[in-house]
Design a protein around this ligand. Sequence first.
Ligand code: PLP
Length: 447
Amino acid sequence: MSQSTHVFHRQLAKRPPVAVSGQGIWLRDAEGRSYIDASGGAAVSCLGHGHPDVIAAMHRQIDQLAYAHTSFFTTEVAEQLADLLVGSAPAGMSHVYFVSGGSEAVEAALKMARQYFVEIGQPQRRHFIARRQSYHGNTLGALAVGGNEWRREQFRPLLIDVTHVSPCYEYRGRLPDETPEAYGQRLVAELARTIEELGPDNVMAFVAETVGGATAGVLTPVPGYFKGIRDLCDRHGILLILDEVMCGMGRTGTLHACEQEGVVPDLLTVAKGLGGGYQPIGAVLAQGRIVETMRQGSGLFQHGHTYLGHAVACAAALAVQQVIQRDHLLTQVRDRGAYLASRLRHELGDHPHVGDIRGRGLFWGLELVQDRAIRQWFEPSLKLHARLKSAAMEEGLMIYPMGGTVDGRCGDHVLLAPPFISSEGEVDQIVTRLRRSLDRVVSDIGL
Ligand code: PLP
């Protein structure tokens, strides 16, 4: 392939390797090099690559019907996928709205919240509250609720006004003499104060990732945190929107991460693992009363994209979810996740530059620090996370690096989200290669 390219790569200066094939948890490039997909791309490829059942289902659907616009038709496959999702959804989530990805799911959820309040006669509710160090996507609404300042900065004049509160970030936020539960309640109290300041009747929704992913290397909630938030939202008639685009669809060991928190949201966004990367697809799961309000009010949700409910995308997602159920892969996520956690702790738990290892299921993050004792980050200019990504690629390992701004400073993080089908031997290889990559980077920068 020629060096010239018409593809507008995100990193403009450097052309990445050309991926040509994939099988199981492995990808291969045009030079014949193999890589373990330890991040599932960006927590997408839950079944790995080349799964025959998913490919066969897509073939069957494309032979029969690829696309029918939803203003004219529904399709059998979209209805089946909706039934499967509703059948396994948290209580009361009776409807599904399909989209083509995570940002679109968040946009749709934000607009559903707004339309719901307009239709029940509370149009003054126009504020969203979200969390710092969160990521909800890159379209304007999703970027506005996201709490990642460096992503937002240049677009700020275009963004709706959103109030951000502290994330649940135990490693950096919990005080030395505070229990996890007390820390969670302190965060709930902060949200309560913010709601009071905005005026409870002016707030539409609180938006949060159930388990944070794409900004600060997996942020797991402390016990009671989301229950406290759910109670607070109920008290003030505020909707709870949980964004499980990354942490959902089995990634943390239950189909929805909120199951482990014992809370049911009003709106729940999913994407990535829904179609496992075989097709672009996302969805918003909605409480029946929200949909019923629109149905009896204006009669339509004032939204829509050309490809929503695309038949081949639905066929791929249906097959992915059926394989997960048939092969009991959620049990495998929990078992293999426990194994990954133990290997990470054994190999990297005492590493002088690994400050924290945290996660659930097959969703793990490492926070990298220059000095463990005082939890000091590396100098942002070192771009440690980017160096580690390059070193890992040379070791034949895909990891998802992050270097988001944390209260104005940078932290370096690594996300691991291997496919649910990973074997113990493959997990061993992931951890060994990661350790080798980290040691190499640390020695290259002379530490
Ligand atoms: N929400 C969360 C929690 C995410 O992690 C992401 C992507 O990483 C998104 C939304 C945006 O999804 P997409 O990149 O598919 O638009």
